[in-house]
Design a protein around this ligand. Structure first.
Ligand code: CO
Length: 171
């Protein structure tokens, strides 16, 4: 298995809004396969296409790395509704190595998405899967979990983010 390589904080593609997928052909299937491999090699529980340099609305999630049945690929995912109840859980991101922090998010969500063939699905989830999906959809909108940290935590990680940005920046 091969990693496509992960774009790091400071890379502009992580800050741009990804485009809707309109073609459901072999190219999309291949992207999903490569993203899934990359997520496994990099030991992530989720990965969004812009993290591998592709500005398309595609994400893969892997909530239980020991159980391949939990692998899920989401094309054009959209949150339909979310619970008023939130929780605050520590997150990390392959694109922001070395930094973790607590992020407040709705506990439960209802998400509409398409599969690699264009078929429409709806998933309701609470807990870890819900959190990962919200984190990945943020990526598709150019949002990173560090944007959602508390003011105090943001202040604490500011210096490290600046160092990362220097490395992540592409000419
Ligand atoms: Co991430």
């Amino acid at each position: 298995m091969i990693s496509l390589g992960i774009r790091i904080y400071g890379d502009d593609i992580l800050r741009s809004e990804s485009a809707e997928v309109e073609e459901f052909g072999d190219e999309l299937g291949e992207l999903i396969e490569k993203m899934t491999e990359t997520m496994i090699v990099e030991e992530g529980v989720g990965l969004a296409a812009p993290q591998v340099g592709v500005s398309r609305r595609v994400a893969v999630v892997n909530p239980d790395p020991q159980n391949p049945d939990t692998l899920l690929a989401l094309v054009n995912p959209r949150i339909l509704s979310c619970s008023d109840e939130t929780d605050c859980v520590e997150e990390g991101c392959l694109s922001v190595p070395g930094i973790r922090g607590k992020v407040e998010r709705p506990i439960a969500i209802e998400v509409e998405y398409q599969d690699r063939h264009g078929g429409k699905h709806c998933v309701r989830d609470a807990g870890l899967v819900s959190r990962i999906i919200q984190h990945e959809i943020d990526h598709l909108d150019g949002v990173l979990f560090v944007d959602r940290l508390s003011f105090g935590r943001k202040t604490l990680v500011k210096g490290r983010l600046r160092d990362l940005a220097r490395k992540g920046k592409r000419e």
